[in-house]
Design a protein around this ligand. Structure first.
Ligand code: UT7
Length: 319
């Protein structure tokens, strides 16, 4: 049987750091409130000249270097993003051109903060079905562009960044199992309810969220999808070395680890210095812990997404 395995990781954060202190000069908020309610201390914000494909390019180059794979060897590119450079073509096509290659399949996945897990599961299936041998799977976002910077309820929560993995065919797993879910009836609790029509914005171009509803649903579905993917993989929850839930709020992360009975030191937390980078949060966190030598070959890692749609999902992988 053909399996797929993560053979390299990379990430990129735009250099500009915006602290809570800086935000509190423009908004009716405080470092103390943001840290207490979310665990966030700072976020990286892209320069106006940087688009998702630019952040994706840097993360991809680092993942390819780590994997020892040339861009020309990649036969599938999937970019998870809700902040694409253009309406079309896809950010994956733009990334392919920036990598200087052509010919391989390239597509975007739109599953908001679950995007990376959706993209990983899609690439894994395509490798198992022999439609690809080496896939570049990327989460890249410039959420700063869709925030109302006068809305303290949302502006303090998000940041920009990108993370990438190279997923390659092999004879050992790899990706043991993935589960994906959505509930479109929950569209109202987290959305950017706008579009472009006749040269005008129809609806709103800004992120809108009912924070408490999102919080409650996130904790519930993260717990459910963790159990479901562990069962599908035939791996006990207590045998997981690292849990990487979507980095939305440290209270959501800690509640998830607690419900799963996992000790705090197996929970990966980067939301404190990245904030919520949507589809980029999981691969960014993965790369940080791989490069720090904490996540090592052979470790069992659970990756989890949850976000707008409502969407959620999980993958269980051996590194
Ligand atoms: O990727 C998934 C996307 N999002 C999430 O996962 C977010 C999930 N939700 C959350 O993380 C939390 O619900 C929030 C952090 C958004 C909010 O925390 P909360 O404990 O649910 O607070 P709240 O919305 O109930 O607000 C409590 C108070 C309110 O004031 P009143 O009505 O009690 O007077 C808010 O107006 O805090 C106020 N508030 C703020 N105060 C200072 C809301 N935002 C801020 C702020 N600074 N930035």
């Amino acid at each position: 049987m053909i399996h797929s395995r993560i053979v390299g990781t990379g990430s990129f954060l735009p250099p500009r750091v915006v602290t809570n202190e800086e935000l509190s000069k423009k908004l009716d908020t405080s470092d103390a409130w943001i840290q207490e309610r979310t665990g966030i201390k700072q976020r990286h914000i892209a320069d106006p000249s940087q688009a998702s494909s630019d952040l994706a390019l840097e993360a991809s180059r680092r993942a390819l270097d780590a994997a020892g794979v040339k861009a020309s060897d990649i036969d599938l590119i999937i970019v998870a993003t809700s902040t694409p450079d253009f309406i079309f073509p896809s950010t994956a096509c733009l990334l392919q051109a920036k990598l200087g290659v052509k010919g391989c399949a390239a597509l975007d996945v739109q599953a908001v903060c679950s995007g990376f897990v959706y993209a990983l599961a899609t690439a894994d299936s395509m490798i198992k079905n022999q439609m690809a041998k080496k896939a570049l799977v990327v989460g890249a976002e410039v959420f700063s562009r869709i925030l109302d910077w006068n809305d303290r309820g949302t502006a303090v929560l998000f940041g920009d960044g990108a993370g990438a993995v190279v997923l390659a065919a092999g004879d050992k797993p790899g990706v043991h199992a993935s589960v994906l879910h959505a509930d479109g009836s929950q569209v109202g609790i987290l959305s950017v309810p706008g579009n472009v029509c006749g040269g005008k914005i129809i609806g709103s171009p800004f992120l809108q969220m009912q924070g408490k509803e999102v919080f409650k649903l996130a904790v519930k579905v993260l717990d459910e999808s963790a159990r479901e993917v562990a069962t599908a993989a035939g791996i006990r929850l207590e045998d997981i070395d690292w849990l990487i839930p979507h980095q939305a709020n440290v209270r959501i992360l800690e509640a998830t680890a607690k419900r799963m009975g996992l000790p705090r030191d197996r929970l990966v937390v980067t939301v404190d210095h990245h904030a919520n980078t949507s589809a980029a949060s999981v691969p960014l966190a993965l790369d940080e812990f791989v490069r720090a030598g904490k996540i090592r070959p052979g470790h069992k890692v659970m990756l989890q997404g949850v976000g707008g749609g409502f969407t959620w999902g999980a993958s269980l992988v051996t590194m």
